[in-house]
Design a binder for this molecule. Structure first.
Ligand SMILES: O=C[C@H](O)COP(=O)(O)O
Length: 351
């Protein structure tokens, strides 16, 4: 598979001063709660937010029974989530070309299936191929095996690699060893693939560990830090997201390097997605809400997006019809339908 050169983050030297944590857990929870109570959106705004969430989604299937066929179906849906005529009444059809997922995310063994499908539809410039690697979801394999898996996925066509960190090293507080492993993973990706590092926050024990693991991955050159595999007991939560955002902000302040955020695992509804996007908008700013800096890792979110958008559009159509009916002027019954009816009746009377 031909590989392209991408702009990726650099590995920076390990600096233990990045591991100093100055966060009050109570404050984190309060801020997350306040923000999530503010994220109620309705009407056309809800459709717009839902479509934005779609464009930020890495549509994912990570199941033991994944096959060429279901990966192919998922890829087609990621490229063409709505039928072409769906938005005709509201958008120009050309705008629909921009409404697609950011990426598809699969196991390394299914990368070729995803690549072939997205290539067949000539969508590789729009929808990236992401692969989980390095012994996903547990990471409990030898380092060489984990590194080889990254190279295999890239050779098969992946341009984004979602690795899992070694939780044992994080739990032991061996941050330098964790850094060394992630540096090797960065180097295995080179500039052929973005590196997303999954912290598996549900297995890190404390928020302090989440913050430190985030810092270590960013020093090692991660392009994104990702909350979870979706397989732990606790996956993406807003308070943990906020801790990771604080780490991203502090890292940017000290190094000028920009790192993206990827909540993954359990993000299932448009309301969940709006809470995350609000959190990001209010902390990192609206510029972070682009696929270059923010992604959802989600298998089922697209179903709720589909429902919200279709119901919203149906509501808008109904409102338009009601408005048109209410605006009917006296005499407007002489419209096209009425004229046709009159002519038909006249013809029948003659016969
Ligand atoms: O990386 C993505 C996650 O595995 C998806 O988790 P989910 O199935 O809970 O959406």
């Amino acid at each position: 598979m031909e590989t392209k050169n991408l702009v990726v983050n650099k590995t920076l030297p390990f600096d233990p001063t990045f591991l100093t944590v100055n966060i009050s857990l109570r404050q984190v929870e309060e801020i997350a709660m306040t923000l999530s109570s503010q994220c109620i959106v309705t009407g056309t705004n809800e459709i717009a937010w839902a479509l934005r969430a779609l464009m930020l989604t890495d549509l994912t299937t990570l199941a033991g029974d994944d096959t060429k066929a279901n990966v192919r179906r998922m890829c087609v849906r990621a490229c063409y989530p709505f039928e072409p005529q769906f938005f005709d009444k509201f958008f120009e059809r050309t705008l629909l070309l921009d409404i697609h997922c950011a990426a598809v995310c699969v196991y390394p063994a299914r990368v070729q299936d995803a690549y072939t499908t997205v290539e067949q539809f000539k969508q590789l410039d729009r929808v990236a191929i992401a692969a989980v690697a390095s012994g996903f979801p547990t990471g409990q394999y030898g380092l060489q095996t984990r590194l080889q898996e990254i190279s295999h996925a890239i050779l098969a066509g992946a341009t984004e690699i979602d690795i899992v960190i070694n939780r044992q090293l994080a739990l032991l507080g061996d941050w330098k060893a964790l850094y060394n492993e992630v540096v090797l993973m960065r180097s295995a990706c080179g500039d052929h693939a973005l590196l997303k590092t999954i912290l598996a926050i549900g297995e890190l024990g404390t928020m302090e560990n989440v913050y430190k693991a985030a810092m270590v991955c960013m020093m090692a050159g991660a392009d994104f830090i990702k909350t979870s595999t979706g397989k732990e007991m606790v996956n993406a939560t807003l308070p943990v997201g906020l801790v990771m955002i604080f780490a991203i902000q502090e890292f940017k302040r000290r190094t000028c390097q920009i790192v993206g955020l990827k909540p993954a695992g359990g993000v299932r509804t448009v309301r969940d997605a709006i809470c995350w996007m609000t959190l990001v908008k209010e902390t990192l700013g609206i510029r972070w809400l682009t696929p270059q800096r923010f992604r959802f890792g989600a298998s089922g979110l697209i179903d709720d997006i589909d429902k919200v958008v279709r119901e919203g559009v149906a509501r808008m159509e109904k409102e338009q019809l009601e408005k048109a009916a209410a605006n009917k002027q006296p005499g407007s019954e002489i419209d096209e339908d009425a004229l046709c009816k009159e002519l038909r009746e006249k013809r029948q009377a003659k016969n």
